[in-house]
Design a protein around this ligand. Sequence first.
Ligand code: ZN
Length: 565
Amino acid sequence: MRLHYRTFLSLVAIACATATLQAQPPAPDLVLSNGKIITVDERFTIAQAVAIKANRIVAVGTNQEIAQLAGANTRRIDLMGRAVIPGLIDNHMHLLRAATTWTRELRFDGVQSRKQAVELLRARAKVVGPGEWVYNIGGWTHQQFADDPKPFTREELDQIAPNNPVSLQESYFQVFLNSRALQALGIEANAPDPPEFVKGSIMRDTSGRPTGVIRGDIPATRPVAAKLPKVAPEQLEASSRALLEDMNRAGLTSVGVPGCNADVLEIFQKWKAQGQLNVRIFCIDGAAGANPEQVDRALGQIPRIKLFQGDSSIDNIFFGESVYGPLHDPMFATKSDPTSDQLQQWRRMAMEIAKAGLPLHVHAELHDTIDAFLDQIEAINKEHPIKSLRWTLAHVNQINASQLERMKNLGMYAAVHPWAVINGAIMHDEFGDGAYDMPPLSTIQKSGIQWGLGTDGTAANQYLPFTTLQFAVTGQMVGGATVNRQTIGREDALIAHTRKNAYLVFQENNLGSIQPGKLADLVVLDRDYLTVPADQIRNIKPVMTMVGGRIVYDASVGGVKNEQR
Ligand SMILES: [Zn+2]
């Protein structure tokens, strides 16, 4: 059966290649052959070879077909049987914000052993020297340490790094501090909490001594994160570069970015002009109203917003990710109760956004919030149709089938960010069995809505796409516990992380699949995503990542490449 399928696809590929030959195109610059090219085109075609000219794919087919296209100056890469997938796209990651701390952070994304985490902490303390902060801001959970899944204690962190303030933030759920960090934050035994901390968020033992744990959603963790040193302005470029290298190493080539900080964006614009921007950036931006007065002001500004002034390297594509601040669901809330006053302000904003013809990508998480937003959007749609604007609800871990149906009827999209990848254990504590359907991936897939996968990293979630893909296919969070029963097939999961996401960032003509005419963004893998045991998907490592025909990551030369073209 499988052979038959492949033979058919080869015939299709030959027909295409023949057509290309008749047009007598100039020889490609680069040919990748002898691989398993998982094209993720509409038929999910598997091919053997790809030809690239300048920054685009010019042909996809069998080894023989593509070999015929090569000329004397064509560079050839033997894939040695390796699997190749389209460059992975995360439709929602706070990437530019991450640049402001990246090289100062000790990230735990993908660290599967506690022993290793402790070694990393010791090594970092040594490198930065006494008195300097050792910290991270989210993206991990202690449940990911399969060897010893337990939280860090103040005493342990004191022992690991006695001379450094240490702050380790688990998602937005809690922060582990050592004694030096407590001191630096002004948190003391038998003294009142510093005023910037949320009441009750500083954990203390019965004697009033702070345990080192700060707990309670974004407002509780924020005062700690706010005190942590960002990279110095003169280091911002190096930090941004390290960040993009880590993205390429993970197989990411494009990111939808809520909140594109001007200082980091300027650096990316410079690299773009130099032909060295190694991740495509699609900004989701615009100021939400925080109160009715701010809404008044925003209504005057929205008509002047101009999106799509960029290109397939950097562009502004959405208003978002917040419309009205008071209706921005917190991460660990279990229920919401949007008031009619709040919804009225939300509608004033969203109506103006629709009137201005702007795409909208909005944070929508809790069941009642999603219902309330859809009520408003249905009303807005009658006055200013949104059908062609790709209005998107983001996160949607609590969405259900009837809400998906309403969205489909409105021509809306779903940007799905399974927070359970790291928060699965917390969500099971909060929601019980209901957490097994958060997000309801198979319901979303079956609904037929246009949807894509992302993370909401780098604080709310980890950023590694193969960890997200393993979750989608197995329901396993980091560390391996099964926390979701709504799994989907590998092909659908990959489609949602590539071709469907290309649609969610308005780049379906350029990105998302390995097809002639599309930009040459692709990833060569160390093992085959389609056949590796499902519980090892997260261990797949890119060996080469290409963006626009440039090799931006090459494991064989020790990682990073900055090819000039
Ligand atoms: Zn959000």
